[in-house]
Design a protein around this ligand. Sequence first.
Ligand SMILES: [Zn+2]
Length: 252
Amino acid sequence: MTRRTRAPASLLYGDLTSAEVESALRGATLVWPVGSLEQHGPHLPLSVDLDIPEALARQVGAESGGFVMPVQAIAARSLPQSGGGSHWPGTLHLRGTTLIDSLSDVLASLAPLRPGKLVVINGHYENEALLFEAIDGCRPAVAFPETEIMAFSWWSMVRDGWIADHLPGFPGWHAEHAGLTETSLMLYLRPGTVRPERPEHKTPPPAGIYRHPLDATRMSTRGVLSSTTGAGAALGELLFWHIIDNILESMG
Ligand SMILES: [Zn+2]
């Protein structure tokens, strides 16, 4: 594999002045990472779901000549079958209605800047439906008549063939929480934040079933919903560039 280097710097929305921002953004690409602060087991930091979309956004911004927004760091509630839920300390959230309102307000204030493309990269499983609702609810045809919008969770850019080739025993994206892919991406992107433990959870929760009461100790192993076996920086690097290639191809 030819090694590719991550962008040393990208253009940041926040570095623009008010006098510059209208002409800079008009017709340009704007990339907005949306994440979360959420427990990710004993081995990963709370910032996983914002670190991954932020790194992807910065690379996409650099490769497309676009501007990158600051990451939306606090977002949807963590749920037991996809994030461990609120049984674990450190997870912060906005309630769904507040999150939709917050995202909608940001979108409404961005709209007059008329970017050519708005690319929203999500890194937190529970955000997705609320993010799509906020975007669709702002009536893009009216609010963003000149803007192409593409919003997605990063795992939607991972092809089925790649999963078959690299992720044996794949438990589904809901259960990849703090598992093989996030651990590997963090070992590539921010190795100094990854602790040496590699917890395993042999029985990942099924997708799409909510239960109460719930035995939190059976749903995960210390907040890990699936397997971390085989995690490594090399796998994270492969995955990172696979995602980048697919995002750039999808942007056209
Ligand atoms: Zn995560």
